[in-house]
Write a protein that binds this ligand. Structure first.
Ligand SMILES: Cc1ncc(COP(=O)(O)O)c(C=O)c1O
Length: 319
């Protein structure tokens, strides 16, 4: 058993999306609500942080450090996990620093995190330096990788795959579709689909070319299989990543993202986010319209959270 701090609201609900399914003329769509995992507005990092915090505690950590974009959901949730666990938190955010705090960046501050601004080139150095300084100041630092995507973080999504199988025994969907970026979520779900039979797993890349993301996921999958001592054989091409929807790049909204956000909100009352789930849902809608899925299949959209991003100054005007 891996050490774990339990704070996620699990199992998250699985719901139907009947209006959207009807509007599209099939397949039957379902949604797994990991936007409701708890911990400062929820999202996929809550599950990962349970195991990362478990290890941090076991190592006697007093300060969590991590990094991400200015509107990082991972950083917001790490700050919340630190606060509820009585730990300090340093976030190295890739700038430029917005002229006023909003959305995730606002919440980072509210949750009491120390924030250091950096740029993409110096990000890792800045993080290392912050770690060193924390140590010099008597803290025990615990470094959480980008996106919480190492074997421990991915284990949380291996468990989540099992959660879904238990929850939907006898009526499992054919496909799981979701937003993939640093690869931890997809690693856990992918290993679940390899070791336990069940739905096929398709990650919609938010920003990375498929080959790069597949390579990352393959690496974390090997680490995870070693961690849980379950040897696995797979081909990199078994890791299904669609990179047709990355558009102009990370966090730059396009018409497809926007349409998906509106459609989910207007037909089902489900809120998506402007960076991850909006993009993944845009890809899902396009794949459906192109006939990628059979009309009689069942497709589960795994909502990975991120909804505070809707309120970021940079997106409000564009949604
Ligand atoms: C809302 C949301 N969805 C999906 C992802 C992608 O998950 P992963 O980094 O595990 O690929 C992230 C990552 O930050 C996220 O914040």
């Amino acid at each position: 058993m891996l050490p774990r701090e339990e704070f996620a609201h699990l199992p998250t609900p699985v719901e139907g999306l009947p209006h959207l399914s009807k509007l599209l003329g099939g397949p039957e769509l379902l949604i797994k609500r990991d936007d409701q995992t708890g911990l400062a507005f929820g999202g996929n990092k809550t599950r990962k942080l349970e195991y990362l915090l478990g290890e941090a505690r076991a190592k006697g950590a007093t300060r969590l450090l991590t990094t991400g974009a200015a509107q990082s959901n991972h950083c917001r949730q790490t700050a919340a996990a630190a606060a509820r666990s009585g730990l300090d938190c340093t976030l190295v955010l890739v700038g430029p620093q917005p002229s006023r705090p909003s959305a995730n960046y606002f919440l980072d501050q509210l949750l009491g995190a120390e924030i250091i601004w950096t740029d993409r080139e110096t990000r890792d150095l800045t993080l290392e330096q912050a770690c060193r300084e924390a140590e010099e100041n008597g803290a025990v630092p615990y470094l959480i990788p980008y996106g919480g995507s190492n074997a421990l973080g991915a284990y949380a999504y291996f468990s989540a795959y099992q959660e879904l199988r238990d929850q939907m025994a006898g009526e499992l969907p054919d496909w799981i579709v979701f937003a993939s970026s640093s690869g931890g979520t997809q690693t856990g779900l992918f290993l679940g689909s390899v070791l336990l039979s069940g739905p096929r797993v398709l990650g919609i890349s938010v920003d990375e070319p498929a080959a790069i993301l597949q390579g990352k996921i393959a690496g974390i999958t090997r680490d995870l299989s070693a961690l849980i001592k379950q040897p696995v054989e797979f081909d990199v091409d078994d890791i299904l990543v669609n990179d047709a929807y990355t558009g102009e790049g990370y966090g730059i909204m396009n018409d497809r993202d926007r349409e998906a956000i509106h459609l989910f909100a207007e037909t089902e009352g489900v809120l998506l986010d402007p960076v991850y789930t909006g993009r993944a849902a845009g890809g899902l809608l396009d794949l459906i319209r192109r006939g990628f899925f059979n009309r009689d299949q069942r497709v589960l959209f795994w909502h990975t959270g991120g909804t505070p991003g809707l309120f970021a100054d940079r997106y409000l005007a564009h949604i």
